[in-house]
Design a protein. Structure first.
Length: 318
């Protein structure tokens, strides 16, 4: 069997594929593969390991209807036309669960970095602007005992909430399409309406999937409903917030700060005004980028690929 890999995965995954007599072809160029190149590369292949934001859409699936399986190097699948894949009987696998802790760590890191203007302060050192001690400029805010609002109380949101409760005794509220009674019981999280989430959160952290309902959810009108001393965190998908509106909200001091691991578009332009703001922290989509998580993701990918090639149900199927 032959498998094309559109980027890098942990070596343990490659080794396991080879041990199962899978012939591997891998994209090695230091750029994202184009849709046309991906279609061409998948001709003559039995499976695809999709690394990065490749569009597994209807045109791709129709052009590659011979594929026995597509394994995503991600938990998110907003770039996949699931209905088209189902119609063509191409199972799609993802990597849920294993990246929850690492992504929550990133959200927690961004919350702290924003609250203390850490990235901005670091840049001052690099620019040679750290001259002498001054007690009042660019002061941060404290997190202790504040209210954490979770938009999307799934596994990652729950991990973020646990960290915030344990470290800073934060009160937790959340909004979902439906109540997460397990989270309510485990950590005492309180379910609120979306409007209440905006009005009550000192830190609002986004952990939902990108869907038609959540796309462009956080606009200027939404930011206007948040506290003026609140922090907005997004480690889910950049398309959930409107970036121009976020810039406006920060410039107009409608919210206090923002921390992003995801942007819209990605990669972010180096001249984006968000990068120059003292109360903003930006990371280049590294939410799950730990050695342990990448190894676990590769192991799940291999399980999905092997099952799909053998015509079996994927253990982690979308």
């Amino acid at each position: 069997m032959k498998v094309f890999i559109s980027g890098n995965i942990a070596p343990v995954g490659l080794k396991e594929l080879e041990e199962n007599n899978i012939s591997i072809t891998q994209w090695k160029e230091n750029r994202q593969i184009t849709p046309e190149e991906l279609i061409e590369a998948c001709q003559g292949q039995d499976g695809l390991i999709s690394v990065g934001p490749n569009k597994i859409d209807a045109p791709f699936l129709k052009a590659c209807s011979h594929l026995k399986v597509v394994a995503l190097h991600s938990v998110g699948y907003d770039n996949v036309d699931v209905a088209a894949a189902k119609a063509l009987n191409i199972p799609i696998g993802n990597t849920p669960g294993v990246l929850s802790a690492a992504t929550a760590d990133t959200a927690f890191l961004l919350m702290l970095a924003v609250s203390r203007k850490a990235f901005y302060a670091h840049q001052k050192i690099i620019k040679g602007e750290w001259k002498n001690y001054e007690p009042t400029p660019e002061l941060g805010i404290e997190i202790q005992g504040k209210t954490l609002g979770i938009f999307g109380m799934g596994k990652i949101g729950l991990e973020m909430a646990k960290k915030c409760i344990g470290a800073y005794q934060m009160q937790v509220i959340y909004h979902n399409r439906s109540r997460n009674e397990a989270a309510e019981k485990e950590i005492g999280a309180k379910y609120v309406s979306f409007e209440e989430l905006l009005a009550l959160s000192d830190v609002l952290s986004v952990h939902t999937a990108l869907t038609p309902d959540t796309k462009n959810k956080f606009t200027l009108d939404v930011f206007k409903q948040m506290k003026r001393n609140s922090i907005f965190i997004n480690t889910a998908r950049g398309g959930i917030h409107n970036e121009k509106d976020l810039i406006a909200a920060l410039e107009e001091k409608l919210i206090w700060g923002a921390g992003l691991d995801v942007t819209n578009p990605e990669p972010m332009d180096k001249d984006n005004p968000l990068l120059m703001m003292e109360n903003v922290a930006i990371l280049p989509h590294i939410g799950s980028a730990t050695e342990e998580t990448r190894i676990a993701m590769a192991q799940i990918i291999v399980k999905n690929i092997l099952a799909g090639l053998q015509g079996e149900k994927l253990p982690y199927e979308v």
